[in-house]
Design a protein around this ligand. Structure first.
Ligand SMILES: O=P(O)(O)OC[C@H]1O[C@@](CO)(OP(=O)(O)O)[C@@H](O)[C@@H]1O
Length: 445
């Protein structure tokens, strides 16, 4: 990373890290600030950052070097693929040192510079992010802001934007309103460039919902293209009410899959809709239309292999969760560009999308609990996503199978009918929705 303080470098680092990790590329952020705090203590006065303060300079260089060594060790011992070195790296000299040290180890270097000349954006970033940093713990907010601005001034006096023509880089100017790209090499760098070009920081909400309960869900069958059950239709009637309550009169884009159950669920939503094939449910191949019990009976080895490694298991003639993540990558790119949006999709699809925003690892992702008749609201913040679950007061079956290690001895292997919202069966762990808001159907529906 390259850029003055409060230019969103850590935000960009975290997002790129989350995106690549979700794609299965081992990525880690190495933050020099954390190392500096460890080495020199958190609360330094601003003379520490003065370029003429030789002792401060020396200690900062030590923190930079220690972080780089940690990164090299990670490449070496943990088979890291993309290390993100998050620091200002704001001089030609510092970048040359990084570039030369890394290329000597056969590590390809790609600089991402964030330039922001919009003072209002910089101040908003300071207030949003920097005031909660350990550097300003227990400090009066106004004092902290002016202190941080003085720190930025120290860096500005020696800041050199990237001009090194023989380096690979991207310059993001004013949060991507202008982008300059130089000497981009290979697939991974191009993917990162494309991803960065889609990012924006306007506040927005991402809503997700599974389709209403389907006839297949009632029978415990996988896949297919069934219609909604009568209770699924009730959810389809209620969904516009729930969404309107959350959104007010704001516009919304709605994406569904091309399968009947999501199209029927979105039927009454008075917004622009797109039906996208990439959002269709995980393809269960030869198991499509079977119940879990039938799969276990007919394909016992496959059933066991799926329990063993659900993320990588690929149904015969069908897909794995890994395949689904790859198929959803263009959806994630598109999602990053969107404003408020509602995605009506399927259990496996929502797990993958939700897992991206909430940073789930591949092992846990296929087990995320995404109940029927529940609207999920995600609000992206600087370094995390806020989440809320709104549960409609319409019963539905529970289709979640816990991890093998969390399963209790079977009492009843049929899908279990709930009596008010999705009620966990004796086979299931406690619902994650205990504190969710419950919304009742209006008497007219
Ligand atoms: O990966 P698992 O946990 O089996 O869940 C995916 C399954 O979820 C289901 C329901 O069991 O989704 P959906 O409700 O969209 O039909 C199946 O179609 C699909 O095979």
């Amino acid at each position: 990373m390259v850029g003055l303080p409060a230019r969103g470098k850590t935000y960009i680092s975290q997002k790129v890290c989350r995106y690549l990790t979700w794609l299965g590329i081992k990525t880690k952020v190495f933050n020099v600030g954390n190392c500096r705090r460890e080495l020199c203590g958190a609360q330094q006065d601003n003379s520490f950052f003065d370029p003429n303060n030789l002792s401060g300079q020396k200690q900062r260089k030590e923190a930079a070097n220690m972080t780089l060594q940690q990164m090299l060790q990670w490449y070496d011992e943990e088979d890291g693929v993309v290390g993100i070195y998050d620091a200002t790296n704001s001089t030609l000299e510092r970048r040359k040192w990084l570039h030369d040290t890394l290329t000597a180890q056969d590590i390809q270097v790609f600089f991402i510079e964030s330039i922001c000349e919009d003072e209002a954006l910089v101040s908003a970033n300071i207030k949003d992010v920097k005031l909660s940093s350990p550097d300003y713990k227990n400090m009066d907010p106004d004092m902290a802001v002016s202190d941080f601005q003085a720190r930025i001034a120290q860096y500005t006096s020696q800041y050199q934007t990237i001009v090194e023509q023989d380096y690979s880089y991207i310059k993001l100017i004013n949060v991507g309103s202008q982008v300059i790209v130089n000497m981009v090499k290979g697939y991974l760098e191009s993917r990162i460039v494309y991803y960065l070009m889609n990012l924006h920081i306007r506040g927005r909400k991402i809503y997700m919902s599974r389709h209403g309960e389907s006839m297949y869900n009632l029978e415990g069958k996988l896949g297919g293209d069934a219609d909604l059950s009568p209770r699924g239709r009730m959810y389809a009637n209620l969904l516009p009410v729930i969404v309107k309550e959350k959104l007010g009169g704001k516009e919304l884009m709605v994406w569904t899959s091309t399968l009947k159950r999501t199209i029927q669920t979105s039927e009454h939503l008075p917004y622009l809709k797109q039906h996208r094939k990439a959002l269709d449910e995980l393809d269960a191949g030869v198991c499509d239309g079977l119940t879990y019990e039938q799969v276990e009976e007919r394909y016992p080895e496959d059933f066991a292999r799926r329990d063993d490694d659900k993320f990588n298991y690929r149904y015969r003639g069908g897909e794995s969760y890994r395949d689904v993540v790859n198929r959803l990558e263009p959806i994630i790119m598109d999602l990053e560009r969107q404003e408020d949006i509602l995605i009506v999709a399927h259990q496996a699809i929502i797990r993958c999308l939700y897992g991206y925003f909430m940073n789930y690892n591949q092992e846990d992702l296929p087990y995320i609990k995404i109940p029927l008749h529940t609207l999920i609201e995600l609000t992206p913040k600087a370094y995390y996503c806020e989440e809320k679950f709104y549960k409609a007061d319409i019963p539905a079956v529970c289709t979640h199978r816990p991890k093998p290690t969390e399963r209790r001895p079977p009492i009843n292997t049929q899908a279990v009918l709930g009596s008010g919202g999705e009620v966990p069966s004796p086979l299931l762990p406690p619902s994650v929705l205990t504190s969710a808001t419950t919304i009742s159907a209006p008497s007219s529906s």
